[in-house]
Design a binder for this molecule. Structure first.
Ligand SMILES: Cc1cc2nc3c(=O)[nH]c(=O)nc-3n(C[C@H](O)[C@H](O)[C@H](O)COP(=O)(O)OP(=O)(O)OC[C@H]3O[C@@H](n4cnc5c(N)ncnc54)[C@H](O)[C@@H]3O)c2cc1C
Length: 423
C-alpha cells in the first residue's frame, strides 16, 4: 500500500515518537501523534536528559564484576547508582537479567557493537534533522569532554575506553594544561580529559521535541491529547489504537511511549522486561560561569551542559518504580557535584535558583532498545527502551521504523534489537 493511503498512529511524543512522526510525514504517511502531555514536556525523559549526542555512549551499564558492587549500591545513598530497598523484590528479575547481560567482556562487546551501529553519525543526523525543520540552533557539534581527576582514573576504565576506540570513536587525550585551556572554568581538581571530537549536544532537549512535533504537524500530522490503552484487531489485522478518548482507526501504529510502553507491547504480543532507570537534573538559570563545551566529570558521572534554560547537570541512576515519588536528595547530590566541578559558580544564587527535575529512562536489562515489528502484527512497530541513549539514537531509530513500515531493508542490522531476545 502506498504511504499516502496509510494512517499511522505514533504513540508517544518524546524524542523517539517526534523524530519518527517527522520521518513518516516526510515519506507521505498520514500520521496521528498521541500523547497525554505536551510534546517534550516534563513528563518525558526527553525533557530532562543530559543533551549529549555522544558517540561514546556504546557501553552498557552492566559490565563484568558488577554484581560485586550491588551491596554497595544498596548501602551508599550518595552513589551515582542506587537501588531503593523497598523495590528490590519487584526489581529482582530485571536485576538478574541486567547482571547477566554484562557478565562477560564478550557480551559487553556485542552490545557495544550493536549500539555503535545505532549511534552511527548521531550528531550529523541530528544536525540534518534540525536544519530540515529550520532550527539549526538546537544542535551543536563542537565536541564533548570527559574529565577525570587524573590519568590513572581514565586508565582504570581502560576496558570501556578501549572498546570505544575499537568501534571507531574519535578521541583526543588532553593533559591538565590542554584540558583547562579548553574549559577554563573547570575545577583544578581535574587533571586529565578525553575530547570526543565528533560529539555534539542539544541546546534544549524539550524544546527540540516540541519543534519536531510542530514541524511534523506543519507537514500534515495531527497531534491528539490522549492515552493509548491497547489495540483492536480484525482477525490478525490491526484495526485501531484504543485510547481513553475512543478508538483511532489506523493501518499501522508505532509504540514510542518510553517507560510506559510495556503494557502496550504486551497488548501487541510481546513481554518486555523494562524498568525505569530514574534520573535527575538540576539547572541553574544564570550560573555566572561560561562553559563552551559540554563536560562529563567522571567522578560525578553527570552531564554538564549549557542549555537555553541554563547550566544543567543531569545524571544519577536510581532503581525504584517509575511512579515512586522523586527523592530530591539525588538532585542535591548533582548540585554538590556542580559546585565542586565549577568553583566559579555563585553558590548562594545557585542554591536559590536551582530547578530540579526527575524522569524515567526506559531501560531494558541489556541496555539495548526494542526496535522491531510486534509478534501480534507486523503493522505495530516497537520503538522504545532506549535507556541512556534515546536522544542520540532517535534519528536512526526513526529511519529503522520507517524502513520496517515500508518493507525496506533497515539501514543497520536490527537483530540485536528484536523483542524475541527476551524469549
Ligand atoms: C537524567 C537523564 C539523562 C539522560 N541523558 C541522555 C543523554 O545525554 N543523551 C541521550 O541520548 N539520552 C539521554 N537520556 C536518555 C533519553 O532521555 C531517553 O532514552 C529518551 O528521552 C527516551 O525517549 P522516548 O521518546 O522513548 O521516551 P519519553 O521521552 O519518555 O517520551 C515518551 C512519551 O510517551 C508519552 N506516553 C506514555 N504513555 C503513553 C500512552 N499510553 N499513550 C500516549 N502517550 C504516552 C509520554 O507522555 C511521553 O511524552 C537521559 C535520560 C535521563 C533520565
Amino acid at each position: 500500500m502506498a504511504p499516502e493511503s496509510q494512517h499511522v498512529v505514533v504513540i508517544g511524543a518524546g524524542i523517539i515518537g517526534a523524530a519518527t512522526a517527522l520521518r513518516l510525514v516526510g515519506e507521505g504517511y498520514r500520521v496521528t501523534i498521541l500523547d497525554p502531555g505536551e510534546p517534550g514536556g516534563p513528563q518525558a525523559a526527553s525533557h530532562g536528559n543530559g543533551a549529549f549526542l555522544s558517540p561514546a555512549s556504546i557501553i552498557p551499564m552492566s559490565g563484568p564484576g558488577l554484581w560485586k558492587k550491588v551491596p554497595g549500591y544498596l548501602l551508599d545513598p550518595a552513589g551515582a547508582l542506587t537501588i531503593r530497598w523497598r523495590y528490590l523484590p519487584r526489581l529482582m528479575p530485571w536485576l538478574v537479567r541486567f547482571l547477566i547481560s554484562g557478565w562477560t567482556a564478550a557480551r559487553v562487546e556485542r552490545t557495544a557493537a550493536a549500539l555503535s551501529a545505532l549511534l552511527r553519525e548521531a550528531p550529523e543526523r541530528h544536525l540534518r534533522q534540525a536544519e530540515a525543520i529550520g532550527r539549526p540552533d538546537l544542535i551543536r557539534q563542537e565536541g564533548l569532554i570527559y574529565a577525570f581527576p587524573d590519568r590513572a582514573a581514565f586508565e582504570a576504565d581502560g576496558f570501556s575506553w578501549g572498546l570505544r576506540r575499537k568501534f571507531g570513536v574519535q578521541m583526543q587525550e588532553l593533559g591538565a594544561e590542554a584540558l583547562h585551556r579548553r574549559v577554563p572554568a573547570l575545577s583544578p581538581a581535574y587533571h586529565f580529559g578525553i575530547l570526543l571530537t565528533g560529539g555534539g549536544h542539544c541546546t534544549s532537549p524539550g524544546g527540540y521535541v516540541s519543534a519536531l512535533v510542530t514541524a511534523a504537524c506543519a507537514h500534515g500530522a495531527t497531534l491528539r491529547t490522549a492515552v493509548a490503552t491497547g489495540f483492536a484487531f480484525e482477525g490478525d489485522r490491526l484495526r485501531a489504537v484504543l485510547t481513553d478518548a475512543g478508538e483511532i482507526p489506523c493501518d499501522a501504529a508505532v509504540i514510542a511511549s518510553g517507560v510506559r510502553s510495556k503494557p502496550l507491547a504486551r497488548a501487541a504480543g510481546d513481554r518486555i522486561p523494562m524498568e525505569s532507570e530514574r534520573g535527575y537534573y538540576v539547572e541553574i538559570a544564570d550560573p555566572a560561569v561560561g562553559i563552551e563545551i559540554p563536560v562529563m566529570p567522571q567522578d560525578g558521572r553527570m552531564a554538564n551542559v549549557m542549555t537555553t534554560g541554563g547550566l544543567r547537570a543531569s545524571g544519577q541512576v536510581e532503581l525504584a518504580s517509575d511512579d515512586a515519588a522523586p527523592n530530591w536528595r539525588r538532585a542535591d547530590i548533582l548540585l554538590g557535584h556542580l559546585k565542586h566541578t565549577w568553583p566559579g559558580l555563585d553558590r548562594p544564587a545557585t542554591d536559590r535558583t536551582a530547578r530540579r527535575w526527575q524522569g524515567n529512562r526506559p531501560s531494558t536489562p541489556d541496555g539495548k532498545p526494542v526496535i522491531c515489528a510486534a509478534r501480534r502484527s507486523d503493522r505495530i512497530i516497537h520503538a522504545f527502551g532506549h535507556g541512556h541513549i534515546g536522544l542520540a539514537s532517535a534519528p536512526m531509530t526513526a529511519e529503522i521504523v520507517s524502513a520496517l513500515l515500508a518493507g525496506r531493508e533497515p539501514p543497520i542490522d536490527i537483530t540485536p534489537f528484536a523483542a524475541s531476545r527476551f524469549g
